[in-house]
Design a binder for this molecule. Structure first.
Ligand code: NAD
Length: 260
């Protein structure tokens, strides 16, 4: 479906980003992976994805906190793979603490990685997409881009910011066959959430199962984690020609969380 297209997925060495990168490669797109992790494990992921799907898969270790490295990754992709047709802004981190105790350096890092990085990637890919008169920008926001929870000031601010950025870009590029949308997942069982389960278990002095049901999934009405494949399939759909008229949307995939 996406044969010959080129995708960049930020934060794709694990979790949601890796799931989306895998699905894009499976749909025929060449992929630029990005993120942190053990170099030999990343090379294994890259090599296996390339062989499994018969597409070109490259890796950039660009730090999403650094605007120059971000722009460099986009230019590297254009040089190595020919263009950037599909951009998935996914890299993200979390920190949970009351606002008056929230560490300033955590605020700065979350705003930089979860919000500003998307501005820098979008800014860098738009000239190439406009020249080709085709492009897909998919921002992985969160249910926390639509509603708030206590103790997540930076994350909720950044994700609301991503939804706002999505709408602005959508309006600017609507006439040139580029779309910009946000996916707003509820809880997905990735390392980012595993860390929160551990912290909450310690804070509440309760076991893992109780944390998952009573704390993590408390507001997710179906009481189930969102599956990686469900997010990946939405990303593939948004990247397809069938989704050409979906623009500026913030699409919840959250088991009903934000219906409340
Ligand atoms: P994860 O921790 O499994 O993956 C995060 C990825 O980002 C990793 O590849 C990591 O290496 C990369 N990364 C972190 N800091 C980086 C940096 N400075 N530069 C480059 N890469 C960096 O987390 P995940 O749960 O897969 O989260 C992915 C995205 O989905 C995040 O934006 C997160 O906010 C969002 N999200 C997650 C959930 C959830 O429940 N897991 C729900 C809603 C939204």
């Amino acid at each position: 479906m996406l044969k010959g297209k080129v995708s960049v997925v930020t934060g794709s060495t694990s979790g949601i980003g890796l799931g989306i990168a895998e699905a894009l490669a499976g749909a025929g797109s060449h992929v630029m992976l990005n993120g942190f992790g053990d170099a030999s494990e990343i090379e294994k992921i890259r090599n296996e994805m390339e062989k499994r799907h018969q597409v070109k898969v490259r890796f950039s270790g660009a730090n999403m906190m650094n605007p120059e490295e971000i722009t460099g990754m986009i230019h590297e992709t254009e040089q190595q793979l020919g263009s950037v047709d599909i951009l998935v802004n996914n890299a993200g981190i979390q920190h949970v603490a009351p606002t008056d105790e929230f560490p300033v350096e955590k605020w700065d890092a979350i705003i930089a990685i979860n919000l500003s990085a998307a501005f820098h990637t979008i800014r860098a890919v738009l000239p190439g997409m406009k020249a080709k008169k085709w492009g897909r920008i998919i921002n992985i926001a969160s249910a926390h881009g639509l509603v708030a929870s206590p103790y997540k000031p930076a994350y909720v601010a950044a994700k609301h910011g991503v939804v706002g950025l999505t709408k602005v870009v959508a309006l600017e590029i609507a006439e040139v066959h580029i779309t910009c949308n946000a996916i707003c997942p509820g809880y997905v069982l990735t390392q980012l959430v595993e860390n929160q389960i551990e912290d909450q278990a310690k804070a509440h002095k309760i076991g893992r199962d109780a944390v998952v049901r009573e704390v993590i999934l408390a507001r997710q009405p179906n009481k189930e984690f969102v599956k990686l494949e469900d997010l990946a399939q939405m990303a593939i759909f948004l990247a397809s020609d069938a989704a050409a008229a979906i623009n500026g949307a913030a699409l919840p995939i959250d088991g009903g969380w934000t219906a409340q």
